[in-house]
Design a protein around this ligand. Structure first.
Ligand SMILES: Cc1cc2nc3c(=O)[nH]c(=O)nc-3n(C[C@H](O)[C@H](O)[C@H](O)COP(=O)(O)OP(=O)(O)OC[C@H]3O[C@@H](n4cnc5c(N)ncnc54)[C@H](O)[C@@H]3O)c2cc1C
Length: 391
């Protein structure tokens, strides 16, 4: 029997499994993931800021898998692409006829010294929990240490993750101040960004609104400031340095290291894929989600790596595998954005929506749009059970 192995139980991988199962493809379906749970990575910043619990953004994978799908709880180390074998950390291996590689993203240090040792990325549940714990430890320590660096938080990068994290943090700080007895007005949040603006994916007026909102809630922005090193308790740029005992690293991500380790022709662990999302020269292998660079035919640049796009890529890859198995031609991947939402804590946010026209939203109503988006995404991956479990 034909065997389709799907690597990664994130947005792209889980959705592929569901679509292949729904299409009743005549194949054995095997999903490999390193955890028993799926996490909504679009909400990791909330766990890091402490506004959501892990249970709010996770659900059990096996509980939502379609009947007949085999689940392998293991870590992929490499792929032997010539022999069509996936090698696993446990020492076992899986053979495949078709492979869907959806192993997602990792933190990117851009080779800047000290990033890995001295800062906190937000890329999965353990890193989000560690960021939360370190933040709270430092805030709690202030009442004994009176070290102002315990109340200083440096957030590196001013893209989506950083901005959403600071929104949650600003919302939670008054509660933390009561809990850990520190003066709220002494907290210093510095956001350090190499570009001259924040939220580059947003229209300028919305980005300016978000910036002002965060400034009103205690954030100081240092744009056009390239970070050159991170030392313990210190972010260093060419002209200045920022002392902070909590340093969050959210300047960008790269694809899974399994990509480089498996000999793909890649850049930052992302592979330029064919228009049907297969790998050049290997029509039985598909790369989707954050490990792939799918070219946008309009801009001639890769589409951004987002959860929304990962899910649409999963639909395309599933259809193309089915077509290939039946000897039919595949379809090219295309994507039209329905919009982008950036929350600034539960009470505010900015959004640009393309639905029955083009809408720009800011303020409280964006919180509702974000909630609908998260619920829909859980539903798309695991049905009603997943939606209810991750709430
Ligand atoms: C804080 C934050 C906020 C974001 N907000 C948004 C947003 O609002 N909207 C949006 O569209 N996008 C957002 N993104 C981007 C989005 O999360 C990613 O684009 C999306 O998760 C990519 O999906 P994926 O399935 O490719 O990978 P992932 O979601 O990373 O899934 C990969 C899966 O593979 C597993 N895995 C990894 N390596 C191995 C291995 N070696 N062996 C076995 N299993 C492995 C992982 O555990 C995970 O389950 C955000 C990202 C972050 C970090």
């Amino acid at each position: 029997m034909t065997k389709i192995v799907i690597l990664g139980g994130g947005y792209a991988g889980l959705r592929t499994v569901r679509q292949l199962a729904a299409a009743k493809v005549d194949a054995e379906l095997v999903l490999v993931n390193q955890n028993s749970y799926h996490y909504q990575s679009t909400q990791l910043h909330q766990v890091a800021a402490g506004t959501k619990e892990v249970a709010d953004i996770t659900f059990d994978i096996q509980g939502v898998l379609p009947r007949g799908v085999k689940f392998v709880l293991d870590r992929v180390t490499t792929i032997d692409r010539e022999q069509h074998r996936v090698l696993l950390a446990s020492g076992s291996e899986l053979s495949y006829d078709y492979l869907v590689n959806a192993l997602g993203f990792e933190s990117e240090s851009f080779g800047i010294p000290g990033v890995e040792e001295n800062s906190l990325p937000l890329v999965d549940i353990p890193t989000a929990l560690r960021a939360k714990e370190e933040l709270e430890n430092h805030l709690a320590r202030y009442q004994y240490s009176h070290d102002e660096n315990d109340l200083a938080i440096a957030v590196c990068g001013a893209g989506f993750t950083s901005i959403e994290y600071m929104g949650e943090l600003a919302y939670r700080l008054p509660k933390l101040s009561k809990q850990y007895h520190f003066p709220l007005d002494k907290v210093k949040i510095s956001c350090i960004e190499a570009a001259d603006k924040i939220l580059p994916m947003f229209e300028p007026d919305l980005a300016v609104w978000a910036r002002q909102y965060l400034m009103d809630h205690g954030v100081t922005f240092y744009t056009s400031t390239s970070i050159t090193a991170i030392e313990p308790g210190k972010v260093i740029s060419k002209d200045s340095s920022f002392n902070a005992n909590t340093i969050i690293w959210a300047t960008g991500v790269k694809g899974s290291k399994v990509i480089a380790d498996s000999g793909y022709d890649q850049k930052r662990n992302r592979v330029i894929v064919e228009e049907d999302l297969s790998v050049k020269g290997n029509p039985c292998e598909f790369l989707i989600g954050d490990v792939c660079a799918a070219m946008d035919p309009n801009t001639h640049r890769p589409y951004p790596t987002t959860a929304q796009i990962s899910v649409v890529q999963a639909d395309c890859a599933a259809r193309n595998i089915e077509a290939r198995m039946q000897g039919r031609p595949g379809i090219p991947f295309t994507y039209t954005s329905t919009g982008t939402v950036c929350s600034l804590g539960p009470l505010a946010g900015v959004a640009q929506i393309n639905f029955l026209g083009h809408w720009k939203l800011k303020g409280m109503k964006v919180g509702l749009v974000k909630k609908i988006t998260s619920d829909r995404s859980a539903f798309e991956l695991g049905g009603v059970k997943a939606m209810l479990e991750s709430n």
